[in-house]
Design a binder for this molecule. Structure first.
Ligand SMILES: [Zn+2]
Ligand SMILES: [Zn+2]
Length: 380
């Protein structure tokens, strides 16, 4: 009875592991020819993002005087992070730049660790201090609002998707992995257990591996525990079985933790790297709210957050660049439509190559977030 369950579990567990190890995540170097870095599209021609930018852009000085001391640092960090999120990835972590003071903006590239050149237009659209003063409206002066400030860098512009190590324009969602020495399609993370990256082409196998590995470990854990401590008692402790119990318990804990973190990612069409960038932004917002309101004033904090979400959308869903409209659509984007294919590591043909991804229509075509009032009418 025990073996009738054990062996099928073991076979599927090993099968998924073999599939994830032998399937390349999609190496950009092998798929895309080398090219020169594309020129940056002049800001004047980028009407899409310019219009989005003008809506929520606030001069750093205006905001600072309005009581938002970190606005410049936040904005600079946002810009750099947006670039960094698509820049090289070191050890599975997205590189983000150190906060830069607004007064040192021209030296943004020199002082930050962002791997790419500075987004020049960002400097050009920022008014000087005197302009900032003259442009402030009476409403702004009278009513300093605590605003959400999404990054304004058009991160999907080929200029910002250039990898200087691979000398190629990265497809959407690709990141550079220094362990693999190439950009990886739809990179999730570099997995030492697998020996290479988890990316768009082996993400399904990786998730299946997690599910079956955790099922296998939990099964071994339960069976060993029952055998070691039978309900009636009266059995001598077996050292070998006790060791198995501990090892199975550790692996069950680890793999269940991974399952618990990856299922929400599947349902929101988010990679581990993207989730970390989103969490970083969220932390900065929390910090701003914590400075604006005393610790016991949870109500005000949640009111402001709700207002922000009303204006921009929730960061996991509408304000997620890769959100496809529903958890089911997101799940199927990674796991396919075939229910058998969800659980078994069988190859499926669904036409997806990891090179192209639909962009959330709530963003501009070059990846700048827009407020709700500028979303397509049917999505508002
Ligand atoms: Zn690269
Ligand atoms: Zn890698």
């Amino acid at each position: 009875m025990y073996l009738a369950v054990y062996w099928p579990l073991w076979i599927i567990f090993v099968w998924t592991y073999v599939m994830v190890v032998t399937t390349s995540p999609g190496e950009v170097k092998k798929l895309i020819p080398a090219a020169e870095r594309p020129p940056e599209e002049p800001a004047s021609q980028r009407r899409d993002s310019e219009s989005a930018r003008s809506i929520y852009y606030r001069p750093p000085d205006a905001a600072r005087e309005a009581g938002e001391g970190d606005v410049a640092e936040d904005a600079a960090a946002d810009e750099a992070e947006a670039v960094g999120a698509f820049g090289p990835v070191l050890g599975g972590l997205a590189v983000s730049a150190a906060p830069v003071d607004a007064s040192q903006e021209p030296s943004l590239a020199a002082s930050s660790s962002a791997p790419l050149d500075p987004p020049e237009h960002v400097q050009t659209i920022r008014p000087t201090r005197s302009e900032a003063h003259s442009e402030r409206t009476d409403v702004e002066k009278a009513e300093p609002a605590l605003e959400r400030r999404p990054p304004t860098t058009p991160i999907l512009d080929p200029y910002y998707r250039w990898c200087r190590r691979c000398e190629r324009v990265k497809p959407y969602r690709a990141h550079h992995c220094r362990h693999c020495g190439t950009c990886v399609l739809g990179m999730d993370h570099h997995c030492p257990w697998v020996g290479h990256c988890v990316g768009s082409r082996n993400l399904r196998y990786f998730n299946q591996f997690l599910w079956w590995a955790s099922t296998y470990c939990v099964f071994v854990l339960i069976v060993t525990a029952i055998d070691l401590f039978p309900p009636g008692g009266g059995r001598d402790l077996d050292g070998q079985e006790l060791a198995l119990l501990v090892v199975a318990g550790l692996f069950a804990f680890f793999t269940l933790g991974m399952v618990g973190t990856h299922i929400p990612l599947l349902l929101t069409n988010t990679s581990t790297i993207e989730a970390m960038a989103a969490a970083h932004k969220r932390e900065r917002e929390n910090y701003r709210l914590a400075r604006a309101f005393p610790w016991y004033d949870c109500k005000s904090r949640s009111t402001v957050r709700r207002r922000w979400d009303d204006e921009w959308g929730h960061f996991r869903t509408e304000a997620n660049l890769w959100w496809l409209g529903s958890p089911r659509a997101n799940f199927e984007a990674a796991m396919g439509k075939s229910k058998l294919g969800w659980f078994l590591p069988i190859p499926i043909r669904d036409g997806r190559d990891g090179l192209n991804y639909p962009v959330n229509p709530r963003f501009t075509s070059d990846g700048v977030q827009r407020p709700r009032e500028h979303w397509p009418a049917e999505l508002r």
